[in-house]
Design a protein around this ligand. Structure first.
Ligand code: AMP
Length: 535
């Protein structure tokens, strides 16, 4: 066989040649929609590659981006990785100190950013000595009149000065292609360095029918941001398959998303539960329906069953639950039912759909107890979830090796069950498990049940020290506007749904819950808020 290295530029060359006129539509930070094609993406990515060379960027250098999902960000994905440099996507939702830490740790030489982030970047710049060039991702007309950034460059001017001839270099497929830092709720963020090979293998896996199940006939709108874990691989998957891409830019509110779904004929989308919750509420209020959307993926955080049911039964969309993490590129499991399960009753099928699902090819998993011994796949035993495979991290960027178990597994930090059919269900983050009387209680299961109550908008469960049981679950609830519900009613709601000793010890009502930069419940903060809590 030909020994052709797997390279990200190969995806672009394929799309340019075989899907040249397939559209890429973006909503821009400056406002308005922008339309291009894969042919256009190819031309501009090569112009950008020339510009990067002129800026002195060479193989292995890190180029930072602080940007929304737009065609310009996509050009950076291809131009930077394609020319053997490392595309370091930075999550603007992190705290300023974390951003400074990340930029310095990655030693970014250039930082590309959207107009939205100009004030933020001006604030960070004095603490980021490795950055030699600042590039604002806009045209001349939108450049600021004054800025504290030294020699701020204009993205469109950089491109305009270059021609679109550039030969993508050939190199080993294990060359680093992109870098993403974990959100780091307790420790400093840690960098995961992807390679061309891992990215391509992940894309092949993502496109499979039991995974994203997309084809050239699909129109994909990734709500998941390109600034975090490469938007779950969609920027690579779409050119691989030749799908039309719709990039929502900063417009992540329900009304803007719904408008794009409808006007651009979107058939497939992926996002976190919070986004889908907002969209559902909006569509219910306005009594709207989808005309083209046929399937969606929800992941990144546990999806409450009520949300899955609403999209499936009320809005007629095939919604599937997926699990993954920055360290797994990110797709690990997707919940697509097997044929024998399709013969079960609707309720039994639904119970499976709430799980995080089964592994995609390229990922192997197991659950182990505290001593590292493998636990049975019976859907009941829960333990630490370990994974391995060619798109799973081996070591964090710039740290000492030694992350893996002696036999080569990555510890996810998640606690899960696996059933006999191979369906995994996350029961907790290992740090969030509640240890009551020597037994473990799943905070996620208690939260999912609470949000199934019609008066509950959001819920979190944390373990709080208890004199007799060492820890007991405390349920913290945000009520829906105008809804009254008492502690007694809420606790009674658990009757018959979980073992009696799992029922939370008490309920506290709050106006809002703390979230991480990526929209996950920030339980470390919540535990601080309830530090010293008296039962
Ligand atoms: P991140 O690396 O920021 O994408 O976060 C990864 C973590 O998010 C995982 O280790 C899980 O704890 C959590 N997570 C991701 N997807 C799911 C899911 N479908 N259900 C529950 N937790 C999830």
């Amino acid at each position: 066989m030909m020994n052709t290295p797997l390279r990200i530029a190969g995806l672009l060359e394929h799309a340019e040649k075989w899907h040249a006129d397939t559209e890429i539509v973006s909503r821009l930070a400056e406002g308005g929609l922008h339309r291009t094609t894969y042919a256009g993406l190819g031309r501009r990515s090569r112009q950008l590659a020339n510009a990067l060379q002129r800026l002195g960027i060479s193989s292995g250098n890190r180029v930072g981006t602080l940007a929304w999902n737009t065609h310009r960000h996509l050009e950076l994905y291809y131009a930077v990785s394609g020319s053997a440099a490392v595309c370091h996507t930075i999550n603007p939702r992190l705290f300023a100190e974390q951003l400074v830490y990340i930029i310095n740790h990655a030693e970014d030489r250039v930082l590309f950013f959207d107009l939205t982030f100009l004030p933020l970047v001006e604030k960070l710049a004095p603490s980021c000595p490795t950055v030699e060039t600042w590039v604002l991702m806009t045209d001349r007309a939108h450049m600021p009149e004054a800025t504290t950034l030294p020699d701020l460059r204009c993205y469109e001017d950089l491109l305009a000065a270059e021609n679109n001839e550039f030969e993508w270099p050939l190199f080993d497929e294990n060359t680093a292609s992109s870098l993403c830092y974990t959100s780091g709720t307790t420790d400093q963020p840690k960098g995961v360095l992807y390679s061309h090979r891992s990215t391509l293998l992940h894309s092949f896996a993502a496109g499979l029918p039991d995974c994203f199940n997309c084809s050239a006939r699909d129109v994909i709108l990734p709500v998941v941001p390109m600034f975090h874990v490469n938007a779950w691989g969609i920027p690579y998957l779409a050119p691989m398959l030749g799908c039309k891409l719709v990039l929502p830019g900063p417009g992540l509110d329900a009304a803007s998303l719904y408008e794009l779904f409808e006007t651009e004929g979107v058939t497939f989308t992926a996002g976190v539960p919070t986004i889908w919750f907002g969209l559902l509420t909006f569509m219910r209020e306005k009594q709207l329906r989808f005309s083209t959307l046929r399937q969606m993926i929800v992941g990144g955080a546990s999806c409450p069953p009520a949300l899955l049911r609403a999209f499936d039964e009320e809005l007629g969309v095939t919604i599937r639950h997926a699990w993954g993490m920055t360290e797994t590129s990110p797709l690990g499991t997707v919940c697509t039912l097997k044929p024998q399960q399709l013969r079960l009753s609707p309720d039994e099928q639904f119970a499976i759909q709430t799980k995080q699902g089964r592994v995609i090819f390229g990922v192997d998993m197991q659950i182990v107890n505290d001593e590292g011994r493998a636990l049975p796949h019976d859907g009941v035993a829960f333990g630490d979830l370990l994974v391995r495979g060619p798109f799973i991290v081996a070591d964090y960027f710039g740290t000492e090796p030694g992350q893996l178990t002696p036999d080569g597994w990555f510890r996810t930090g998640d606690v899960a069950t696996i059933d006999a059919a191979g369906f995994m269900q996350i029961t907790d983050r290992s740090k969030d498990v509640i240890k009551s009387g020597g037994e473990w209680i799943s905070s996620i299961e208690l939260e999912n049940l609470a949000v199934g109550h019609p008066s509950v908008a959001e819920a979190a469960v944390i373990g709080v020290p208890h004199p007799k049981w060492s820890e007991r679950p405390l349920l913290v609830v945000v009520r829906k506007p105008g809804q009254e519900i008492s502690q007694e009613e809420l606790l009674a709601y658990y009757d018959g749904k979980v073992a009696r000793w799992w029922v939370p010890e008490a309920v506290e009502f709050v106006n809002q819950l703390p979230h991480t930069a990526t929209g996950k419940l920030l339980k470390t903060q919540l535990r601080k808020d309830f530090d010293g809590y008296q039962w």
